[in-house]
Write a new protein. Sequence first.
Length: 250
Amino acid sequence: MTIAPVERGGRKPSLWRSIRKPIQDSKFFKNFVASLAANYIRLVRLTNPMAKGSDDPTQGFMRHRNAIFGLWHGQHIFIPVYHPRGNPMATMISRSADAEINALCTEKLGLKVFRGSGGREREKAVEKGGIRGLIALKKALDAGMSVGTVADIPSGTPRDAGMGIITLAKLSGRPIVPVAFNTSRRKVLEKTWDKTTVNLPFGRSAICFGEPIQVPRDADDAAMEASRLALTDAMNVVTDRARKIVDGVA
């Protein structure tokens, strides 16, 4: 005989709570949500013309073919719809279950997705599969693809570049190009660690590219730290510039 689960206080769980996890775990549900998210991103792209002062996204990406494009968490999800399809791009997304819909959405928008994650400390990167992700991204760069990757560390200090992107630049010999995106109509989720921005339709948009940062293949720890600080500064500059353009204060 099967005994129905009982919640604290002697109450049976609601029907929704009984079926929620199977729905969330289903491939159909994840693909459905990912498709909705991808279509929403396309809608935002179509209804937000470029503001005066914005860089041209096609020219920016094509001018830096086979480079590493660095983005901040909370601003990165819209970049795929601005990236030209003729220039293949790969990215890395966390292996966590929570990030699976993000990965599916990114694939629907045309990017090649590798799963992995890492932190500033090399030991943590190994534990989380970050090394495997770095190897996959390096192979993509070696094959002539571009790479788009977030520079700050999940749940770490927002807008502070980690060592993973610097290590990738050192190993591959490819430059890092800072990129920032914003829209005039947006909602900033202040309680999220990275101040995630939900970009809204029917406004204007801006995308900004910084100058490439090269990390020497023979860079020691001090040189890599200097590159990390330089990247942090450069990315904050383009982020501030994109915000000012869409807000009409540039």
